[in-house]
Design a protein around this ligand. Structure first.
Ligand SMILES: Nc1ncnc2c1ncn2[C@@H]1O[C@H](COP(=O)(O)OP(=O)(O)OP(=O)(O)O)[C@@H](O)[C@H]1O
Length: 296
């Protein structure tokens, strides 16, 4: 575990329960991510995905356990970690350039205004918004606003991108285009990405690994699907790969049945499962669950 770039080490999060006492959203959660990995997390509403992301962002703290990034425990938010939410959170009174420049100036406080703006313009161009620099958020479509959010995140050259359903509010066409752009950008920049999605196809297209969480409360990481699709896949032919449907069916079966019945599954004789090292599985591979496969 200690060798992973991002190391989630036995974290728990409990909240006060309405009837008194505490509700355990999850506990003893272990997971490691390597530098440059694109990880998607899938699980039903309420299992704690956003809570994990907030802990990674430093916006929330685990009740127990710790998250270690590059050898250091997280202590609050950092400009090394950019967060992209479903709602873009732009400053409505600032232009596109103003929104992105604000982030750039926060990271490089001693840069002169011209250098800040030049850097911001480059990020804006990267997401295909050159020409829209002087527009206000109210003049932009949902997809354009989300692009500004992505430009703002990329502009500070974070080591880690944390994305909470970043495309879910967009129409299918815009969603597809932005998925392509984000995947291309992350591959070029070697970003480490932790992304929450409810969209199985999106996860299969984007992720190297897909973390499957059981239903809450007391949610667990049941297993981690290692995506067998080739790294140079394209959105248009991803479904033609022979491994696509085995992976898709495996995840959908998990969401429909196993996410609820996982505790019973653990009681099955011979079932090997350890909270500290959820199994890595590759559906469609000749031996989909190598017994000694470890997540970290
Ligand atoms: N500040 C809080 N106080 C009390 N309960 C909370 C708080 N924040 C989250 N929760 C509860 O923790 C659980 C997990 O919430 P979280 O938003 O992490 O789930 P999620 O898996 O991201 O759900 P969704 O897919 O709907 O976004 C939920 O039951 C939620 O009500």
């Amino acid at each position: 575990m200690a060798s992973s770039y991002i190391s989630i080490e036995g974290i728990a999060r409990r909240f006060p329960a309405p009837e008194g006492g505490k509700t355990t959203i999850f506990e003893d959660l272990w997971f490691g991510m390597e530098r440059g990995e694109f990880v998607c997390v899938i699980g039903h509403s309420g299992c704690g995905k956003t809570t994990v992301l907030n802990i990674l962002a430093g916006l929330d703290e685990p009740t127990e356990g710790a998250v270690i990034i590059d050898g250091k425990a997280i202590e609050g938010p950092s400009l090394d970690r950019a967060v992209i939410f479903q709602s873009h959170g732009l400053l409505p009174w600032r232009t596109v350039l103003g929104n992105v420049a604000y982030a750039v100036a926060s990271k490089w406080r001693d840069w002169p205004k011209a250098k800040v703006e030049e850097h911001a313009r480059k990020a804006i161009a990267t997401v295909g918004l050159a020409g829209a620099e002087m527009k206000k958020p109210s003049q932009l479509s949902g997809g354009m606003k989300q692009r500004v959010g992505i430009a703002r995140a990329l502009s500070i050259e974070p080591k880690i991108m944390l994305m909470d359903e970043p495309f879910s509010a967009l129409d299918a066409l815009t969603r597809g285009t932005l998925q392509d752009e984000v995947r291309g950008l992350c591959r070029t920049t070697g970003q480490t990405v932790f992304m929450i999605t409810h969209d199985v196809d999106e996860a299969i297209y984007l992720a190297d690994k897909i973390v499957l969480m059981t239903n809450g409360p007391d949610a667990r990481i049941a297993e981690i699907v290692v995506n067998p699709l080739p790294a140079d896949r394209s959105r248009h032919d991803v479904h033609k790969h022979p491994a696509f449907y085995p992976v898709r069916n495996h995840i959908i079966d998990f969401l429909v049945t196993r996410s609820k019945s996982f505790a019973a599954e653990l009681a099955t004789p011979g079932k090997v499962w350890n909270r500290r090292s959820p199994p890595l599985v590759t559906p469609g591979a000749p031996d989909p669950t190598p017994p000694l496969a470890r997540a970290v």
